[in-house]
Design a protein. Structure first.
Length: 95
């Protein structure tokens, strides 16, 4: 049988919902970010809309703009600047 090479392969443990993970809340959906805000990419596994790739889970980035309802987040990955498109529910403000 051929091995699956889908977008979310090898992410079973990363995207598993732990007991400490809060449920989807309205306030998390409606949070707003301004240009220049530092955010942590924190993928909520039960929401598939606007989810960035799981390799960037836990990374810190800077909001550089919006694209529709999503935010453009700039991160450094291996010496390169990358722009991720992510929905607000998958972002947390850096404290």
């Amino acid at each position: 049988m051929r091995k699956s090479h889908g977008r979310y392969r090898k992410s079973r443990h990363k995207l598993r919902r732990w007991r400490s993970t809060p449920p989807v809340t309205v306030s998390r959906y409606l949070q707003r970010f301004e240009k220049g805000d530092r955010v942590v990419i924190d993928i909520h596994p039960s929401v598939h809309e606007g989810r960035p790739h799981h390799r960037f889970n836990g990374r810190v980035g800077v909001v550089v703009g919006t694209q529709g309802k999503a935010y453009l987040v700039s991160i450094r990955d291996g010496g390169k600047e990358k722009i991720l498109i992510s929905h607000a529910i998958h972002l947390r403000r850096l404290k």
